[in-house]
Design a protein around this ligand. Structure first.
Ligand code: GDP
Ligand code: MG
Length: 343
């Protein structure tokens, strides 16, 4: 199924005459430098490599330097330095320790060459990430309803636009719901993406009831025999409790229209947000009954190792990774390609 691959770009160069939504650098911010960025074609591996460039530069360079510096010395003598490098990729102490112990077992009392060390570390990455690749759960018939949730600024609206683009390119009819009614800019931002993609969007008034928007979006998807309905949600309200209640209400309303819906609730995480950002996201994961993760902004960090603690902490499959601001910068998460890109 082509869904497992990144579909070839059918998106024209982003129009630069498009209006800019006020609150979001989001939608068209990247329009002008589109052509200037390195082409990201060449398949999934290339997309991962591009997105993980910063992390892999750090890992590869530092580990290679270490091996060169310690030439002739036994691995046991420099394991702590390897550990420190792994920690710098943000994978957390547990996983870094596991790798250190693994390397010690494998290479105890030996002089190690870079390629064999690299292969052993990569193998351990693969094990730590496990079966962690997902695909979208589709409805047996009728529209598949997907909810995007997460902290403000994490990349929800952009990721929803990227997903809509993917589904559309694969021949699906898509309806969007602008459920982040808390910020006027958010409605406008999604509207611009919808116009650019040529897909229908259901929206309400700023400050209006997001559950009503969700309801109308699903109703519209049913009415028009759409294949996919993706609903954006707020990342911030007056209080966290309000926000969580709102997410629950949206779920309730949707499930009255289609009992199995939402088929997916994707938690969008910002790979650059650090531990604090992840703590904030934990609440969403619980209140919204998340089914998978979209890890956005992996291109913007030298700490792509963060995916390992994310998998462990949220116990949700990482389904997609965001590797840039334009529509094509979304890759299906695949462990092997990811590990190759990482190191
Ligand atoms: P939301 O508040 O969660 O809806 O977040 P937005 O979708 O508005 O995104 C916030 C900012 O992050 C915008 O400037 C986006 O262009 C940017 N962004 C989103 N995803 C990515 C990504 O994968 N890579 C990069 N570099 N920027 C991203
Ligand atoms: Mg948004």
């Amino acid at each position: 199924m082509s869904w497992f691959r990144r579909s070839k770009s059918e998106t024209p160069a982003e129009p630069s005459a498009e209006p800019r939504p006020p609150e979001s650098a989001g939608a068209p911010a990247n329009a002008k430098n589109q052509g200037a960025t390195e082409p990201k074609r060449g398949g999934l591996g290339a997309l991962f490599r591009q997105g993980l460039k910063r992390t892999s530069e750090v890992l590869r360079t530092d580990v290679r330097d270490l091996v060169i510096r310690k030439k002739g010395q036994l691995v046991d003598e420099w394991l702590d330095e390897l550990y420190a490098i792994l920690i710098r990729s943000d994978m957390g102490t547990g996983p870094a320790n596991e790798i250190r112990e693994h390397i010690q077992r494998e290479f105890r009392g030996r002089v190690v060459e870079f390629p064999e060390l690299q292969a052993a570390v990569k193998q351990k990455f693969r094990e730590l990430l496990g079966e962690n690749e997902g695909k979208i759960q589709r409805a047996a018939n009728g529209p598949t309803v997907i909810l995007g949730v997460g902290v403000n600024g994490s990349g929800k609206t952009t990721s929803i636009a990227k997903l809509a683009n993917r589904f559309k390119n694969e021949g699906n009819r898509v309806v969007l719901g602008a459920g982040d009614t808390f910020r006027a800019g958010a409605i406008e931002q999604l509207t611009i993406w919808a116009e650019r993609l040529g897909i229908e969007i259901v929206k309400g008034q700023p400050g209006g009831d997001p559950a009503s928007v969700a309801h109308r979006a699903v109703a519209r998807a049913l009415e028009t025999n759409a294949d996919i309905c993706i609903i954006d949600t707020a990342g911030r309200l007056q209080t966290q409790v309000n926000l969580m209640e709102q997410l629950k209400k949206i779920r309730r309303v949707i499930s009255r229209q289609i009992p199995e819906a939402p088929h997916e609730v994707l938690l969008v995480l910002d790979a650059t947000a650090g531990q604090n950002g992840l703590s904030q996201a934990q609440g969403f994961s619980e209140a919204a009954g998340c089914t998978g993760i979209v890890l956005a902004k992996l291109d913007g960090t030298a700490k792509g190792g963060v995916i390992i603690p994310i998998c462990q902490r949220f116990k949700l499959p990482v389904k997609f990774i965001g590797v840039g601001e334009s529509l094509d910068d979304l890759a299906d998460f695949q462990v092997d390609a990811f590990v190759d890109g990482l190191f």
